[in-house]
Design a protein around this ligand. Structure first.
Ligand SMILES: *Cc1c(COP(=O)(O)O)cnc(C)c1O
Length: 430
């Protein structure tokens, strides 16, 4: 498989090359030359297949010669070393919990897969620096995924005072090869610093850089795994399957759409957002206008200019009609989000956090007037403990501390602070 840049189709890189680069020199995102389709026989036997075998079959064509099959199989096994419980809330509403990994966020899947692939790709004495901007969960997942990996340094950029205490702890308390830098600004500023660092001649002369944001193909592609895992559990019900995805940079939704393009029978997708609603607006009006992000209680989705949406458009060959046939988009306010957390708890005895609550709201809105042929799954992307204050306030209960967090609560947070790109650059050059 070869990857080209969405800004230049003549560029042609292998999986390893595109993984290391992260973003193409022309600032274009990498995209697979062809999207493989799975044979009918795959879906006939999927119920009997193990999760690791399913994952291997899906990802193999995207890796090509870059990683041999045995190594790939080992990478998958250590990536998917936690569960993805599917919880039934009502006759036609389920939630898929993606937050049982080491940092309690769905991003663990992509981060673990990427770190293991990258480590396999490095030559003996090669060093590489992973730059990552985070609006909350990416930082922890990437830091944890790359912790102690030989030859790799990680620099996490985050908006000062705009991530929760637990999120901050997950990437500022690790030390070793993980450095954290807080930025006086928003997530969009952090993301811009990362993009500018990639364009900066001096920095690139000094450091071998790669990204670990969801633009990296090795984070994006493995997120398909759990859509297939979920299908394996639900296929026997023979209903039209809908996924509601709480979206920020739209990497997660883009993976689901890629899964469908490969043949996974998903009837429809819901792009559920907070008031940062560039995509729902676009689906409504046909006008795509990025804007500055606004703060909400679902802060991992406070994104004003979603980086992966361009890939979604590409999957539909930039055909707007096809796009709106497959995706509906809805936005919700913080008040609606809080109410949903409360009503999920009181009606279904289910505890969720702001991102999952928004996905639930989107799903509800879509199936409101539909018949019972539909089976909706909303994705739970973070553990409620990560948004403890909001959740405990709405449910009036205390959330039990999951074992993953016991260590980091007593450790000291360490981060440098920068005001602008120049300050960030001088840190990198030292
Ligand atoms: C990152 C994140 C999202 C958004 O995912 P995208 O792939 O950027 O759309 C949603 N919920 C949580 C908890 C996240 O951490």
């Amino acid at each position: 498989m070869k990857y080209y840049s969405l800004k230049n189709t003549k560029i042609s890189l292998t999986f390893s090359e595109a993984l290391k680069k992260g973003l193409s020199e022309d600032k274009g995102l990498f995209f697979p030359r062809t999207i493989p389709t799975l044979p009918k026989s795959f879906f006939q036997k999927i119920i009997k297949m193990s999760i690791n075998d399913i994952a291997l079959e899906i990802i193999k064509p995207y890796i090509g010669e870059s990683i041999d099959k045995n190594t790939l199989s080992r990478i998958i096994e250590s990536t998917l070393n936690f569960n993805f419980p599917l919880i039934k809330l009502s006759k036609n509403i389920y939630t898929l919990e993606l937050f049982h990994g080491p940092t309690l966020a769905f991003k663990d899947v992509g981060a673990r897969f990427m770190s293991r692939c990258l480590s396999h790709t490095l030559k003996n004495d090669e060093r590489i620096t992973v730059l990552v901007a985070t609006s909350g969960d990416t930082g922890g997942a990437v830091a944890n995924g790359f912790m102690d990996i030989e030859g790799i340094d990680v620099v996490v950029l985050y908006p000062k005072n705009k991530v929760s205490d637990l999120q901050e702890r997950q990437f500022t308390t690790l030390g070793k090869n993980i450095k954290a830098i807080s930025v006086d600004g928003t997530f969009d500023d952090c993301q811009r610093f990362v993009k500018d660092a990639f364009m900066d001649f001096q920095i690139n002369n000094y450091l071998n850089l790669t990204s670990a944001n969801s633009i990296n193909i090795a984070r994006w592609l493995p997120q398909m795994f759990y859509y297939f895992i979920c299908y394996k559990s639900l296929s026997k019900l023979n209903k039209k399957l809908i996924f509601s995805v709480p979206s920020g940079n739209f990497g997660n939704l883009c993976s689901g759409i890629l899964a469908k393009k490969m043949g996974l029978p998903i009837d429809h997708f819901i792009a559920s957002t907070n008031i940062n609603d560039v995509v729902p607006k676009y689906l409504d009006t046909g006008v795509y206008s990025p804007k500055a992000s606004q703060e909400t209680i679902s802060n991992a989705m406070d994104v004003g200019d979603p980086s992966n949406f361009i890939r979604i458009e590409k999957i539909f060959n930039n055909n707007y009609k096809e796009l709106i046939k497959n995706i509906s988009g809805y936005k919700f306010s913080d008040v609606q989000t809080r109410n949903a957390i409360s009503s999920l708890y009181h009606s279904f005895d289910y505890t969720t956090e702001p991102h999952g609550a928004i996905a639930y709201l989107g799903l509800n809105k879509f199936i409101e007037n539909k018949n019972s042929d539909y089976l909706g799954v909303f994705l739970g992307t973070a553990h409620p403990i990560k948004f403890r204050e909001v959740v405990e306030n709405e449910t009036k209960t205390i959330i039990k501390l999951p074992p993953q967090l016991k260590g980091i609560l007593s450790k000291k947070k360490k981060a440098l602070n920068v005001k602008n790109f120049q300050e960030f650059k001088s840190i990198l050059l030292n």
